[in-house]
Ligand binder design. Structure first.
Ligand SMILES: [Zn+2]
Length: 106
């Protein structure tokens, strides 16, 4: 739990789930106030104080449409068995090298 200080910066998820009143340490319950679309807020009240989260900065994620489509296809058809087989093949080759090495040493 994080006590809120004026001007503190946190991830939105933690701010909403893990913040407490700076006076009595009670967990704050946030109410979304989206009446101003260009400045959405969350507001919580406790111990005579009004706590406000302003969503002023956001994170952009821009990607190519084709890229997203390819990722979805590969997610669905990920040949997990083939990847496992490759891993097993690699593991089988490694001890074989060791065996030849120990054979030369002895
Ligand atoms: Zn309080």
């Amino acid at each position: 739990m994080t006590r809120i200080e004026d001007g503190a910066v946190a991830r939105l998820h933690y701010a909403l789930t893990d913040s407490q009143c700076s006076n009595c340490s009670a967990q704050l319950e946030w109410n979304a106030v989206f009446d101003n679309i260009s400045l959405p807020k969350y507001i919580a009240r406790h111990c005579g104080k009004i706590y406000t989260i302003s969503i002023e900065t956001v994170k952009f994620d821009v990607r190519d449409e084709n890229e997203e489509r390819q990722e979805k296809v590969s997610e669905g058809k990920e040949p997990h068995a083939i990847l496992m087989a490759k891993g097993m093949k690699r593991r089988q080759q490694e001890p074989a090298k060791k065996e030849t090495r120990t054979a030369k040493e002895s």
